[in-house]
Design a protein around this ligand. Structure first.
Ligand code: KIV
Ligand code: ZN
Length: 537
């Protein structure tokens, strides 16, 4: 593989992805995802926006300290990057966080489109150029590896952009990222933009050009592919394509396009594609943003064949209807089911494939439950395992734990829930509440014990196993409310937004699953609140 054919994968799941409404992750969840991204082989992890809040800074620092010293499958340690607006304080915070990585990077940005400069920044173009130069130099005084982005490049005047980019290179930028911030461009236009930058920016031959595309018109992957054809050698992408509004370019779509069509692109990445499905599942689970069934590469239907004609073709030759092999994206063992003769090592390996790193005591506990399940049913499928592990693993972030729950509901009586929780000191507390239904009554009873103001902004139930005895997975999303300031600054709007917390729980009883999901989100809120109060960041 020549350096010229290598495309660096810059994963921004933990920054742009985590910025998507409701996707907020705790620092330990971010670390879990960062570990998986390292196993996946990404070249750069944009771990967050450290100036957003003390909690965000803490999360990026954790990732820099651990993952920033862990080699990926290709033997290289990922670069750990922190985002910063072109503001001195943001850049200082970014450095405070990423400096612990073996290879740290600061990514700073400022808008260059007329509409952003006039209405959002309220700055003249001259001021923008001057600020970009000063802030790139400031970042460079601390960190060797500097990425600069002219935000809303897609709607910027090309000549002005060439000037800003040339100045950023002179000031020390080593990667120039070209965002189609609002997802407005079409592939030929994005191609032309990159080509124009290559031809008209002095010094461009000494830096890497990067793509950053949003999916507002559903063109993010197509635009990114156009970008690399025009000469970009870094792409900014997210797992499952999550991100602001309609999302970013999906990592898995981009990577599999290069791999499946080598004669078109002739380009390579360092991605271990068999990790795609496990990471996708992990990100969906932790963010609570489900992957649509028909999502390319990682959707549940991506390799499913239902119609008679397709099944007939598949039985005769898989190539009739499949352009990729499921095993290449990590689906090789979905049909390989575990059973009662499977051992601990097989269980552990399968769980790792599914995105769960389980060992020691935790593995023993899951293994006991797995054996019990394997005794009652002949085969234990992946979805059984996901349901089982979610139900059985003790969430290490739990502060309050569910110790007992009883509900009465139906058409005659008022829905009532009696809840027993074990508090952080290990004491048992009980409460009873009436609600509009069993789930509402349960949440009210929990609230009366935990007592942390919040608004329930999302509640969803889905079956993760098949049949009438299916495991139900409940996802909830809570927004912090008055008197509990865990807001964080949005890097693009510059405004403070309330933070949301997701929680999930799996059980055959969906009311119990709901209680677990609700508690898990409340516990996350509590942990962040505690950290803010103690200043332990
Ligand atoms: O979409 C965008 O412009 C961004 C920048 C911060 C790079 O996310
Ligand atoms: Zn973006």
């Amino acid at each position: 593989m020549s350096e010229n054919n290598y495309v660096r994968i810059f994963d921004t799941t933990l920054r742009d992805g985590e910025q998507s409404p409701g996707a907020s992750l705790t620092s330990s969840e971010k670390l879990e995802v960062a570990r998986s991204l390292t196993r996946l082989g990404v070249d750069v992890i944009e771990a967050g926006f450290p100036a957003a809040s003390p909690d965000d800074l803490f999360a990026v620092q954790n990732i820099a300290k651990e993952v920033g010293h862990t080699a990926g499958p290709h033997g290289r340690t990922p670069i750990v990057c922190g985002l910063a607006r072109a503001i001195e304080r943001d850049i200082d915070k970014a450095w405070e966080a990423v400096q612990f990585a073996a290879t740290p990077r600061i990514h700073t940005f400022i808008s260059t489109s007329a509409i952003h400069m006039e209405h959002q920044l309220r700055m003249d173009p001259e001021e923008v150029v001057e600020r970009a130069i000063r802030m790139v130099k400031h970042a460079k005084s601390m960190c060797a590896d500097i990425e600069f982005s002219p935000m809303d490049a897609g709607r910027s005047d090309p000549t002005f952009m060439y000037l800003v980019l040339a100045e950023a290179i002179k000031a020390g930028a080593t990667t120039l990222n070209i965002p189609d911030t609002v997802g407005y461009l079409t592939p030929p236009e994005y191609f032309e933009m990159i080509r124009g930058i290559k031809e008209n920016t002095p010094g461009i031959e000494n830096v890497i050009i990067s793509t950053h595309c949003h999916d507002d018109l559903g063109l993010a992957t197509a635009n990114t592919l156009a970008g690399v054809r025009a000469g970009a050698r870094q792409v900014e992408v997210t797992i499952n394509g999550i991100g602001e509004r309609a999302g970013n370019t999906s990592l898995e779509e981009f990577v599999m396009s290069l791999k499946t069509r080598p004669s078109i692109f002739g380009l390579e990445t360092g991605i271990e594609t068999t990790q795609l499905v496990p990471v996708s599942r992990q990100v969906a689970k932790l963010t609570g943003i489900a992957v649509p069934r028909n999502k390319a590469i990682v959707g549940a239907n991506a390799f499913a064949h239902e119609s008679g004609i397709h099944q007939d073709g598949m039985l005769k030759h898989a190539g009739t209807y499949e352009i990729m092999r499921p095993q290449d994206v990590g689906l090789d063992q979905t049909n390989l089911v575990l059973g009662k003769h499977s051992g601990r090592a097989a269980l552990r390996a399968r769980l790792a494939d599914l995105g769960y790193e389980v060992q020691g005591e935790e593995l023993n506990a899951v293994f006991v439950k797995f054996k019990a399940l394997a005794d009652t049913q002949k085969e234990v499928s992946d979805s059984d395992l996901i349901g089982l592990i979610d139900a059985e693993l003790d969430d290490p972030t739990l502060i309050y734990k569910l110790d007992g729950l009883q509900v009465t509901c139906g058409t005659v009586e008022m829905p009532t829930a009696a809840v027993r929780l074990r508090d952080p000191e290990g004491n048992v507390q009980t409460a009873v509440a009436i609600g509009t239904g069993p789930v509402d009554a349960t949440f009210k009873a929990i609230d009366s014990i935990v007592n942390i103001p919040n608004v329930l902004s999302e509640y969803a139930v889905r079956a993760v196993t098949e049949g009438i005895d299916a495991n139900g997975q409940v996802t909830v999303r809570l927004e912090s409310k008055n008197g509990f300031d865990v807001n964080r600054i949005d890097p693009q709007q510059g405004v403070s937004r309330p933070r949301t917390f997701g929680g999930h729980g799996s059980e055959t009883d969906i009311v119990v699953a709901s209680a677990k999901a609700y508690l898990s989100a409340l516990n996350k809120m509590l942990r962040v609140k505690n950290r803010h109060q103690t200043g332990a960041v």
